[in-house]
Write a new protein. Structure first.
Length: 288
């Protein structure tokens, strides 16, 4: 029966194509260099290969809207709360310039995109953090947008799929940044209490306050292969514990070994796996 269900899901994903062709059409074919093998590849070629190096298999990081169009059914995505925009309310030196630079380079107003979409016909809400925007540091707008999409999902009984990537708290916003941990966690809890599903996908890198809160609160926690996931840096942990850490410390594989992740799923199989989980959740039971 499990094989029958797997075949059903594969057929279902084939019947619901994504917007990847449109994304390629409207994306400049810039040359990108792989950090694993130094190979140089066109953006169009990489998009066709799930942003995975065709030579060495290293994962390229994906932008927020890029990731959604790669995942969701064609023309099903609706982005929400796009008018939320970070500002330098503490007059922190250089912060305004960094915000403006990130806006120009990414085309986004902050480090996360949120909204609703369908995956193989099943509706869901999403948030996708974008490491290109100040390393997806956790500021007030990021926290507000993620909280808002959880509240919307709670009211509309939608599952949430969250793609995490963060360098930690945004120090330019002081204690307000740290408050986002509790704020988002409260929204996650209310969404869960209402009986809704929350799936997190840990991508490279997921660190700091993001890891210490909503990234690890999913009902199902998935990680991309070899993703860096942790709280404090390796050197800090070694100095604090006075212990030699394993070579794979703070990797997705180490998290799985220690029980902090439920599965490591290759990017090329991720859409099918998420479709599988949404279909099972919709049915209100487990696959047989």
């Amino acid at each position: 029966m499990a094989n029958v269900f797997t075949s059903f899901i594969k057929n279902l994903t084939g019947q619901h194509p994504t917007d990847i062709d449109s994304l390629i059409k409207h994306t400049e074919n810039t040359q990108l260099v792989c950090k694993g093998c130094n190979g140089e590849f066109g953006k169009h070629q990489l998009l066709k290969s799930n942003m995975i190096c065709p030579k060495c298999g290293k994962y390229f990081r994906m932008g927020g809207k890029e990731r959604v169009k790669w995942l969701a059914d064609r023309k099903s995505c609706e982005f929400m709360f796009d008018d939320f925009e970070s500002r330098d309310f503490l007059d922190f030196p250089g912060y305004s310039d960094k915000l403006e630079k990130s806006r120009k380079s990414t085309g986004e107003k902050d480090a996360v995109v949120v909204g609703t979409a369908k995956l193989c016909g099943n509706p869901f809400a999403f948030f996708v953090m974008d490491s290109r925007f100040m390393m997806a540091s956790m500021g007030s707008v990021l926290g507000e947008k993620i909280t808002s999409i959880f509240e919307y999902a709670e009211k509309n009984n939608l599952p949430v799929i969250g793609f995490t990537a963060s360098g930690g708290a945004r120090m330019q916003e002081g204690i307000i940044s740290l408050m986002q941990m509790a704020k988002v966690s409260g929204a996650v809890k209310r969404h869960s209490t209402a009986g809704n599903l929350y799936i997190t996908v840990l991508t490279d890198p997921t660190t700091g306050g993001c890891t210490a809160s909503f990234a690890m609160q999913g009902d199902i926690i998935i990680a991309e292969p070899k993703a860096l996931v942790g709280f404090a840096g390796r050197r800090v942990v070694e100095q604090t514990t006075k212990a030699k850490l394993p070579d794979n410390f703070q990797s997705a594989e180490f998290l799985l070994e220690c029980g902090f992740a439920d599965a490591i799923i290759p990017r090329e199989k991720l859409r099918e796996s998420l479709a599988d989980l949404l279909e099972i959740h919709k049915a209100g039971g487990a696959a047989v």
